[in-house]
Design a protein around this ligand. Sequence first.
Ligand SMILES: [Zn+2]
Ligand SMILES: [Zn+2]
Length: 336
Amino acid sequence: MTMRAWSVVAPGPVEGEPLRSVERPVPTPGPDELLVRVRACGVCRTDLHVTEGELPVHRAGVTPGHEVVGEVAGLGSQVFGFAPGDRVGVAWLRRTDGVCAYCARGAENLCPRSRYTGWDADGGYAEYTTVPAAFAYRLPGTLDDVSAAPLLCAGIIGFRALRRAALPRGGRLGLYGFGGSAHLCAQVALAEGATVHVITRDEVSRRLALELGAASARDLDEQPPEPLDAAVLFAPVGDLVPVALRALDRGGVLAVAGIHLSDVPALRYETDLFYEKELRSVTANTRADGREFLTLAARYGVRATTHPYPLGRAPEALRDLKAGRFDGAAVLVPEH
Ligand SMILES: [Zn+2]
Ligand SMILES: [Zn+2]
């Protein structure tokens, strides 16, 4: 049996042709893996980094995609607890070693031997993919395939960032930047009783923030209307670190959500850090983060804004993402 898949044949700008449509054998799952028939796959900015070569090549000709919703179509010989037809989610974190000091203390997001879907192994820009059964998520039935896909990366990362920011119950939260991850994070915080203040340059995003229930939405040159107990920096702009730190109340925490951040300018201890303000980074996520977020997303009715594309138009979806032609998330849907 063969399938259609996209392969990064020559990493480079998506305006060229770094991706090629290929006919490949349907993959055989390893002993501890599931074969998954893809029903939807979200398009994440990291896919753009893999396709354009901003992330080094880990697997030649890799198939990108790590926000996969699909159904189990085959089982490795050592897999228990799954059956054909089960709906599962496949996310960025694909494997850890399970034995290092970080894994042992529940911080598998820091495992030095971790592997990633759509970078180290073929992902979801295809009709089928595989996933280690221990890293597959069960998905709440209340979420349809296309709506669930962006939750698997944008949603989980935004959620970990929110938890890293240690927002107290009913607290005041600032979100700097308001893209795919932030608008999901905001919905969780609001459902848990937070007062949310959004600071972003983009006017369309400010409108969306207010529609979702944010108490204020302001441009980058303005301060939030009250001191913040916690803040998350989603925009990859290091210049905003001191700005956000100064907006914190005593004891407040700023979490930086992005993988990339431009250089942070010099901080002034007295205004930016004294009174026990904290600055924290966020690195990937654990499976526990993912399970908790997916449960809460279903309970709170968290909704991603989505734009479906047929799988055959994956390069167009990546070009549109790069050009900022839509708000929310593109989701690829195979025709099967
Ligand atoms: Zn480890
Ligand atoms: Zn991602």
